[in-house]
Each structure stands twice: as structure tokens, then as C-alpha cells.
Design a protein around this ligand. Structure first.
Ligand code: NAD
Length: 485
């Protein structure tokens, strides 16, 4: 019997599901059981061509609609997503393995927020009038054209919406390639947009591995590439986009610092560290995986952290009581277990967890290492799993320097009751998305993105509009033209 997660076909192009079984089969594995629940096929060159030519052709008419009309469609799509939140959340859980307890509140809902927010902004996109005596310049905010979105596997619905909603609001069309690990959810976003009244062809989904992503990025018809993925992939995609002088947004990896001063409310700081390391089983790019704790409160902090981490409920992700799910794939589980072994070998102290959980599926126990030092592998490399490194520090100056000593710069957080210090420390940290007495909030109203190797550009907020549009400037002369000859 066909599993309910099996999509009607692999791709969604020009308003309809499209199949081409000549592509490489991609099995979809449910991480909680290891069972294959669906198959999709990687896009063949024919499918890639269909998606790009359709999106190119559809864009001009879409951009000619008023912002109010485009916005209405996006907001209608947001309403449909909210109405179907339960079914979409179940699908997200099948796609990723994340517990339903999370997906019910974090995935289709945040996708709907993006559709609603950018739907609301669509009608407000205007230019400027710049008076120059009797002459003037006016500017127009125009679409870039055809945009490509490429997603990672941790938030397949959210990533499709975070890219699709601002792109469409600005009058662009999009070809979106989900991660080959989680190909299911973006198809539903495409389907819902059509149902909401979007013209066929403005949001298309094609499946495939890096090769398909590469074919999209290098196509001369493409004007912009927005990638969510790892730093090594980001470097390749950025270089390929640069060769064609395309616009880019790069949302990449991190190894973010979370700094806890000894005056902090311990329970809030522990809560921040848990949210910043164990949500989605640690598969979150902005996680604060280097938790710097001031020496005076170290043991108290570790004791409370171990106690609360012990309350995590590992189990069937479809059971709403489960608060901690598996790694997305067996491969990702093995990568994370490799880092845990490295942490032990290099002398870090295991406070809790430290092994695979004794159950079916790709579960790893939430793991906390203490006595971690700056040069240890677990303190330097992005693990993308439930592994928290706790490091000690004494002074503010020292911790800021150590926190910044990384190639990454996605996020940073500070817990303290001293507000002057909080703002000063955040001001000195090299990171794009920061938190004071909180961690990992990502409302659509706030810009999201990294500095240094963690990325280029920003998603969400009014900032995203700048990255999906460009300004045309028009000089208007009222008098005669003077020329030298
Ligand atoms: P990945 O880099 O392996 O893949 C990301 C996407 O890029 C996939 O769809 C993949 O098929 C595609 N891809 C791979 N090679 C390509 C190429 N040469 N050309 C075009 N496309 C190519 O990342 P992943 O393992 O799916 O996701 C985990 C990574 O994503 C982590 O590093 C994480 O930090 C990062 N991430 C960042 C954010 C953010 O917003 N900053 C959010 C989620 C995840």
C-alpha cells in the first residue's frame, strides 16, 4: 500500500505535478523507523528545462500585477497553510523526523507567517522621488526576475516559504530545489500557492542532488540564487553564481557562542542553552553550540542543565508527548556520533548523553560536554546534532575574543542581568542574528542571516525585500539638453 507521505509525483511545474522516472530514484526514509516511505526522482535535464522556461515565461505577467493583488494571493496561501497545519505538520515529521510537538508550532506556521508578512508588504513596495531643481529622478523597485531557491533538510516547509514568499511578493518567479533528504514538504507549498490563486509557473519545485542545484545555478536565465546549506556548498554556489553575475543570498552554517555571565538567571540561561542546542535534535544552523559559562556558576549551571536535559522525552515523533526526535538520516547520526567520540578522545567531560539512544531509528541522546577548550574539534566545527559544548571563562574581554575566534558568524547570545554589559557584549560579537536573555527566536519580522563564512544577505523582515528586488533610477529632464557639440 502506498504510504500517505508519497507525493503524486516528484516535481511541481507550471501549476501541476510532473513525473519523469528517468531521473535517479531518491528514497525518502522516515528517520524514526528507518523505513522507506516514499520515492521521488531527481530532475532530468528535460525537467530542469521545463521548470526554468516555465518560471521565466510566468514572471513578467506576475510582476505586472499590482502588489495588492500579489499580496492577496500570498495571504490566502498563508490561511490555507494554517487551516491544514495538522496535516502539513505530520508530513514535515515524516520528511524530517522532527517531533510533531515541534512541527505543529514551528514549520507550516512559520511558513504561513512568511506568506502573510510578505503578502502584507507586497503593496508597500515603492520608489522615491528625488527633486533636482526643475528636473527630477524617480526610482522604481523592480523584481530581479527568475530566482532559484535551494534548501537544506532541517526546515523544508519553512525554507521554501522564507525564500518563496519574499521572492513572489517582489514580483519574481522561483524554481525551488529542496534538499534531496527532505523532498516532500515544498511540493505542498507549491500546491497551496496554486490553490490560493497564484498563476501557474511562478513557484515550481524540482527534486535532485547537488548536480540539479548546479544546473539551476549556472543557467543564464537565472537572476538570483538563494541557498540554505553548509559553508562548503555555499562557497561552490556563490562562485558559480558570481560567474554569471547573479544576486545571491547565502544562509550557511554556524558555531555560535552563547555567553552566560554569573549574574544571569540560571534557569533562564539553562532554558536558552537547551533551546539553542536541542531543538530539532540540534539540527539548527543558528544553534549556540559553544556555551561559555562564567566560572562562578559553572557547576550550578551544569547540575541544572543535566537535570533538565534528563526530562527530554525521546520517542515516537508522532506522539505529541515526544519532545526529542531522531537525526534526519543514518549518515547524519554517524557524523554526530563521530564528533561525540572525538569530544571524549580530546578530553571533554560527558555531563549527560554521549551515545546513540537504545531504540529504533536514528536517535542520539542529548549530549552535554563540559571542560571543553577552544581548540577541541567539538568547539571548532559545526556538528549539526544534539551536542552542547560548555566552556569556562573568567572575564568579559576574554570571552568576547574567544567567541569571535571562529570562521563563522551566524548567531550569538548573552545571558546577564546587567543590561549595559549585555548591549556592549552583543555590540562586540561578530554575528548577524543575536539574542539577549533568549536564544533562537526567529520571528519573520526580524532580519535573519550571518556574517563572515556564515552567509551573505538576510532573510525575513524588510531586509529580504532588498535581496529580492533592485532599484531602477530614472532621470527626467524638463528643459533642453545641453551638449558640448
Ligand atoms: P548542504 O550544503 O549539504 O546542502 C544544501 C543544499 O544544497 C541541498 O539542497 C543540496 O542538494 C544543494 N547542493 C549541494 N551541492 C550543490 C551544488 N554544487 N550546487 C547547487 N546546490 C548544491 O547542506 P545540508 O546538509 O542540507 O544542511 C545542513 C547545513 O545547512 C548546515 O551547515 C546548516 O548550518 C546549514 N543551514 C543553514 C541555515 C541558515 O539559515 N543559515 C538554515 C538551515 C541549515
Amino acid at each position: 500500500m502506498t504510504h500517505p507521505a508519497q507525493p503524486k509525483a516528484s516535481h511541481f511545474i507550471n501549476g501541476a505535478y510532473v513525473e519523469d522516472t528517468a531521473g535517479t530514484p531518491i528514497p525518502v526514509i522516515y528517520a524514526a523507523t528507518g523505513e522507506q516511505i516514499a520515492t521521488v526522482y531527481a530532475a532530468t535535464p528535460t525537467i530542469v528545462e521545463q521548470a526554468l522556461s516555465t518560471a521565466k515565461a510566468a514572471q513578467k505577467e506576475w510582476a505586472k500585477m499590482t502588489g495588492t493583488e500579489r499580496g492577496r494571493i500570498l495571504r490566502r496561501a498563508a490561511d490555507i497553510m494554517r487551516d491544514r497545519n495538522h496535516d502539513l505538520s505530520v508530513l514535515e515529521t515524516y520528511d524530517t523526523g522532527k517531533p510533531l510537538q515541534e512541527t505543529l508550532v514551528a514549520d507550516a506556521t512559520s511558513g504561513a507567517d512568511a506568506l502573510e508578512y510578505f503578502g502584507g508588504l507586497a503593496a508597500s513596495l515603492t520608489g522615491e522621488h528625488i527633486p533636482l531643481g526643475e528636473d527630477w529622478v524617480y526610482t522604481k523597485r523592480e523584481a530581479l526576475g527568475l530566482c532559484v531557491g535551494i534548501g537544506a533538510w532541517n526546515y523544508p516547509t519553512q525554507i521554501a516559504c522564507w525564500k518563496g514568499a519574499p521572492a513572489l511578493a517582489c514580483g519574481n518567479s522561483m524554481v525551488f530545489k529542496p534538499s534531496e533528504t527532505t523532498p516532500l514538504c515544498a511540493l505542498k507549498v507549491a500546491e497551496i500557492l496554486i490553490e490560493a490563486g497564484a498563476p501557474a509557473g511562478i513557484f515550481n519545485v524540482v527534486q535532485g542532488m547537488g548536480e540539479v542545484g548546479g544546473a539551476l545555478v549556472t543557467d543564464p536565465r537565472v537572476d538570483k540564487v538563494s541557498l540554505t546549506g553548509s559553508v562548503p556548498t555555499g562557497k561552490k554556489v556563490y562562485a558559480a553564481a558570481a560567474a554569471g553575475m547573479k544576486h545571491v543570498t547565502m544562509e550557511l552554517g554556524g558555531k555560535s557562542p552563547l555567553i552566560i555571565f554569573d549574574d544571569a538567571d540560571i534557569d533562564n540561561a539553562v532554558g536558552g542553552a537547551i533551546n539553542g542546542n536541542f531543538y530539532s535534535s540540534g539540527q539548527v544552523c543558528s544553534n549556540g553550540t559553544r556555551v561559555f559559562v562564567q566560572k562562578g556558576i559553572k557547576e550550578k549551571f551544569l547540575a541544572r542543565l543535566a537535570e533538565r536535559t534528563g526530562n527530554a522525552i525521546l520517542g515516537d515523533p508522532m506522539d505529541e508527548a515526544t519532545s526529542f526526535g531522531p537525526m534526519v538520516t543514518e549518515n547524519q547520526m554517524n557524523i554526530v556520533l563521530g564528533y561525540i567520540e572525538k569530544g571524549k578522545e580530546e578530553g571533554a567531560r560527558v555531563i549527560c548523553g554521549g551515545a546513540r539512544a537504545d531504540m529504533d531509528g536514528y536517535y542520539i541522546q542529548p549530549t552535554v560536554f563540559a571542560d571543553v577548550t577552544d581548540e577541541m574539534t567539538i568547539a571548532r566545527e559545526e556538528i549539526f546534532g544534539p551536542v552542547m559544548s560548555v566552556l569556562d571563562f573568567e572575564t568579559e574581554e576574554e570571552v568576547v575574543a574567544r567567541a569571535n575566534d571562529t570562521e563563522f558568524g551566524l548567531s550569538a547570545g548573552v545571558f546577564t542581568k546587567d543590561f549595559t554589559r549585555a548591549h556592549r557584549v552583543i555590540g562586540n560579537l561578530e554575528a548577524g542574528s543575536c539574542f539577549i536573555n533568549s536564544y533562537n527566536d526567529a520571528p519573520v519580522e526580524a532580519p535573519f542571516g550571518g556574517v563572515k563564512a556564515s552567509g551573505v544577505g538576510r532573510e525575513n523582515s524588510k531586509e529580504a525585500i532588498k535581496h529580492f528586488s533592485q532599484v531602477k533610477s530614472v532621470y527626467v529632464r524638463m528643459g533642453d539638453v545641453e551638449a558640448a557639440f
